[in-house]
Ligand binder design. Sequence first.
Ligand code: UT7
Length: 322
Amino acid sequence: MLFSRITGTGGYLPERVMTNAELETMVDTSDAWITARSGIKERRIAAEDEYTCDLAEKASLKAIQAAGKTCDEIDLIVVATSTPDVVFPSTACLLQERLGVIGPPAFDVQAVCAGFLFAVDVADKFIRTQSAKCALVVGAETFSRILDWSDRQTCVLFGDGAGAVILEPGDEPGILSTHLHSDGRFKDLLCVPTGVSRNYQKLQDGGAYVTMEGGEVFRWAVTAMSDIVKETLNANSMTLDQVDWLVPHQANSRIISAIGKRLGLSESKVIITVEKHGNTSAASVPLALDEGVRDSRIKPGNFVLIEGFGGGFTWGSAMIKM
Ligand code: UT7
């Protein structure tokens, strides 16, 4: 049996740091409120001429280098993003051109903050069916572009960034299992209600912004991300004690704490980056994974459970032996 293995990780954050103090000058908020309610202290914001593909490219090059690969060995590119550079071509195709990868399939998946989990699931299936041997999987976002900077309920929560992994085949896992869910009944609770086919005029007028029923989303995020941990453990006949690290979506430190409490998981086994990154949507899980790998908390052979939750609703997880 063939499995896919993560052989390299990479991450990139734009240079510009936006602190809570800066947000205090923009909307009626305070460092104390943002810190207490979300755990976020600062986030990165892409430069005016810096786009999702730019962030994706920088994260990808680091992952490719970490895996000891060259761009011409990549035979699949999957980019998870809800903030593509342009409506089309896909950000994956733009990234492919940047990397000089000519020919193999490159496409985007869109599952908002759970996007990276969906992208990993797809790429894992390509590897296991021998349709690819070296997959580049990226989560990249410039969420700052779809924020209403006068709406204190959303603008303080999000940031920009990109994370990437290289997946290659191996005889042993690797990725032990992936789990995906969606429930479109909740489409209105977290969305950008503006698009190409609908409300295009608003898009042209620069009115495409994230709207969120924060409290409802919070409750669902805690329930879904706790339940999917149990689902993932059950699928692998594992207990929580056997998991070395949980890498959850980084939306709010209170969500992460509530998940830990429900599961009885110590925070010392959770990678948390939300304080410095804010919510980078599809980039949050691969960025946190990369941080854990690069600072050597996550070691080869560790069991790592990654999970995400986002608009749709969409949620997903993967159990990985590093
Ligand atoms: O990535 C996808 C998943 N996204 C999430 O998981 C986000 C989920 N939701 C959350 O993280 C939290 O619900 C928030 C951080 C968005 C909000 O925290 P909360 O504890 O649910 O606060 P709240 O919305 O109940 O608001 C409490 C108060 C309100 O004032 P009143 O009505 O009590 O007078 C808000 O108007 O806080 C007010 N408020 C703020 N005050 C200062 C809302 N935003 C701000 C702000 N600064 N930025």
